[in-house]
Design a protein around this ligand. Structure first.
Ligand code: BEZ
Length: 237
């Protein structure tokens, strides 16, 4: 591999644009999905076992992501006809943990040129010089990268966590709160830290308020019901 240096996109930056051929036709990324959340993810190669288990799982959950106003877009450094043949095999032949007859309806990018993989830091030579690692980019409806995950080739992703991240990001935006470790809808959320001495004092005085938990002046949580969280999920702001 040459010594070409690619600056990896970072959280808070605009998702780099590109045009690509996919199993659902040509796309202009991310412009075609403006107003939606996008999960752009890479996998090492078609016709490989970990990737097949991941695609079946993502395919089974596709409607759940659609309901969250989220477009899934996959990528590997394989060509269009390999993608089509692999997706047909998944649908026609694979029964994985009771998941069968799974049709992948989201686009899978042909990236034989590695153009997109390099642009998004998905090609990590310590792992492989020709196959993408398992990257996941969460991009918001304004085209801003909000979370990035990288997994190695040998470890399948946790799709429950991928969905939790998407729900978490939408909740952060909808309610202007932060979320504690292992947060799930229905758990208490973190309210913005008091930023004046007076506000810190007021927090301390609210200690015994119902639905409010005071750990210290800089760390307070309050109730946010699962129903409230769910009422806003997937809604365009
Ligand atoms: C897999 O998906 O099974 C896989 C792909 C590349 C390297 C290792 C595993």
């Amino acid at each position: 591999m040459d010594n070409e240096v690619n600056v990896m996109p970072r959280i808070g930056e605009k998702a780099p644009s590109f045009r690509a051929v996919t199993t659902q036709g040509p796309i202009e990324f991310p412009q075609d999905y403006k107003g939606k959340w996008i999960i752009l993810f890479s996998h090492p190669a078609d016709f490989t076992p970990v990737c097949t288990s991941e695609f079946i799982t993502f395919g089974k959950m596709a409607k759940e992501f659609e309901d969250l106003n989220c477009q899934l877009v996959g990528l590997s450094i394989d060509g269009l006809f390999s993608h089509i043949a692999w997706l047909r095999t998944i649908k026609d032949k694979i029964d994985y943990k009771g998941m069968k007859n799974i049709e992948i309806t989201f686009p899978l990018i042909d990236d034989v040129t590695m153009h997109v993989a390099k642009m998004y830091g998905m090609l990590q030579p310590g792992e492989s010089e020709t196959k993408a690692v398992r990257a996941v980019f969460f991009i918001d409806p304004e085209g801003i990268i909000r979370t990035i995950l990288y997994y190695p080739m040998s470890l399948g992703r946790n799709f429950d966590e991928i969905k939790r991240i998407l729900i978490g990001l939408q909740t952060v935006d909808n309610f202007e709160v932060a979320l504690p470790a292992d947060w799930r809808p229905g758990d208490e959320v973190i309210i913005p830290t008091a930023s004046t001495v007076k506000a810190a004092q007021q927090r301390a005085e609210s200690k015994d308020k119902k639905g409010f938990t005071y750990y210290d002046w800089f760390f307070c949580t309050q109730a946010l019901s699962k129903e409230e969280v769910e009422s806003k999920l997937g809604k365009k702001k």
